[in-house]
Ligand binder design. Sequence first.
Ligand code: HH2
Length: 279
Amino acid sequence: MSPRWPVRDREIDLSRSCVMGILNVTPDSFSDGGRYLDATAAVRRVEELLGAGADILDIGGESTRPGAAPVSATEETARILPAVAEAVRLGATVSVDTSKAAVAEAALERGAHIINDVTALGDPAMGPLAAASGAGLVLMHMRGTPRTMQQAPVYADLCGEIAGFLETRRETAENQGVERDRIVLDPGVGFGKTVEHNLKILAGLESFLALGSPVLVGVSRKRFLGAVTGVEDPQKRTAGSLAAAVAARLRGASIFRVHDVAATGEALAVADAILARDH
Ligand code: HH2
């Protein structure tokens, strides 16, 4: 596996953990919804995340929370563009968390580098856009849609089905002209999965690593952590989030989508230091 992730005109070093800081410019995201909807607050958050040491900023304008209502492309674009423009101006590596090619295109025009697509090419224009722009492309597994995904998801072979889906979508992207080394795979913790499923995915990360692409995980503050620890308030799930990130790192994940950037960076630096001595 290449330890570098080419995203448009730059390359991200994946020989160490890569921390992707989350900015949700939404009224309803499960953990930070409503906090950064105002453009000034969003721009300030960009500065905070970079100051905390984020390697990538992942900016989204539509909540993927279970049961969340859809948003138009125009509205979603209007929400994210001020933060995208500011992040690009500050020299950050910028990812746009969207399933709509029109929104991704607007962000790429402003200089974004990565498309984080939780529907893994649900919009048929996404693959060609990624190919033409040379953007990095995150393909994530989801069962169902955000509206329906938590309705008693059932898998006969959890990790096998997710890995099969990711492999197929990667092949589609490659057939549309996206270079393989620009693609990152994500098993989609919390998207159409029970607590048990999420834990098994993290225990079985080798199934996804075996596909040969870098693996991203998004565990930060998610509900399964609350189920394990008893911590109800997502904002107070930092310790559980760090434990899950470190566990995923030790099993080979390389990119971590997180709310608590400084704390995660510290925890992963320790994991990386241990890994560097593990021969
Ligand atoms: N999780 C969320 C959103 N986007 N993208 C990837 N690649 N992987 C994930 O696990 C992932 C994601 C959900 O978390 P959050 O953004 O905090 O909340 P919301 O979906 O309400 O915006």
